[in-house]
Write a protein that binds this ligand. Structure first.
Ligand SMILES: NC(=O)c1ccc[n+]([C@@H]2O[C@H](COP(=O)([O-])OP(=O)(O)OC[C@H]3O[C@@H](n4cnc5c(N)ncnc54)[C@H](O)[C@@H]3O)[C@@H](O)[C@H]2O)c1
Length: 252
């Protein structure tokens, strides 16, 4: 792993980081000398994940849907771990339904996790971050939030909305020296993707052949963009939606 940033003395929170992209982000930040709080709904997995990363990583069981519990979570992190410098709103779910078939419950669930959870975590962290006048927030959107995706109305809607959230926050938080950007990953080799293509390797191969770099991304390739956006190298980058998609959209 190439580690070019130094986050010594900085605390990060990465939601949904027991596995997949979130875990890779936490690992990358720890490798760059940060202290990282991994939050996830999966208690056993988040504890194992943090243990694998060593002392600089701390697990917290948290469901981003349970917004009433987030003030206490953030307060405890500030008190027990240290002042939060960076927040990565990564926790998210996928729902493969079109606009004529999604139920109220499915719609509300994906909105609560992918959208309201990110807003509530951001608001709670900002209570502490704003007075300190420094920090970085990253929203994990998707290429689906930039370009769309068939039969995925809940996913496309929420991933588009978090780009708007990043732009709005960037505008409001500039005077506080807090930057906010969105990353739009293409297709990444994680459990979420494996579930979507389960039992249909032909469809996955066809998809890969349409990507300019004809392969899936590894989670580490998204994690390195998180590290860059949270670093001083990105000091003048805010309000952006950055695709990390192997040139997929460029070839559409
Ligand atoms: N995998 C991809 O190809 C891809 C592409 C673009 C964007 N993304 C986005 O990246 C993010 C991570 O995706 P992934 O592929 O690593 O997913 P994943 O399903 O492998 O991991 C998601 C993690 O989030 C946790 N989680 C789920 N619901 C939660 C909740 N309510 N509260 C807290 N934690 C919760 C899960 O337990 C899991 O550990 C998601 O926001 C996803 O939409 C993924």
């Amino acid at each position: 792993m190439t580690t070019t940033h130094n986050f010594e003395g900085r605390v990060f929170v990465v939601t949904g980081s027991a596995r997949g992209l979130g875990y890779a982000m936490a690992k990358r930040l720890v490798a760059s000398n940060a202290r990282v709080v991994l939050t996830d709904i999966d208690e056993a997995a988040v504890e194992n994940a943090a243990a694998e990363l060593g002392e600089a990583a701390q697990p917290r069981v948290s469901n981003v849907e349970d917004t009433a519990a987030l003030p206490k979570l953030v307060e405890d992190i500030e008190r027990q771990i240290g002042p939060i410098f960076g927040l990565v709103n990564n926790a998210g779910i996928f729902n493969k339904k079109a606009g004529w078939e999604i139920s109220d419950e499915e719609w509300e669930t994906i909105l609560r996790i992918n959208l309201s959870g990110s807003m509530a975590m951001t608001r709670e962290c900002l209570r502490y971050m704003r007075p300190r006048k420094e920090g970085a927030i990253v929203m994990i959107s998707s290429l689906a939030g930039l370009a769309g995706l068939p039969t995925s109305i809940g996913y496309v809607t929420t991933k588009t909305a978090v780009i708007g959230m990043a732009r709005s926050l960037a505008t409001d938080l500039g005077p506080d020296n807090i930057r906010c950007n969105a990353i739009c990953p293409g297709v990444i080799d994680t459990e979420m993707t494996r579930k979507v293509f389960h039992g249909d390797p032909g469809r996955l191969a066809k998809l890969q052949s349409r990507i300019s770099l004809p392969r899936l991304a590894q989670p580490e390739e998204i994690a390195s963009m998180v590290a860059f956006l949270c670093s001083d190298d990105a000091a003048y980058v805010t309000g952006q939606a950055i695709a990390v998609d192997g040139g997929f959209a460029a070839g559409l």
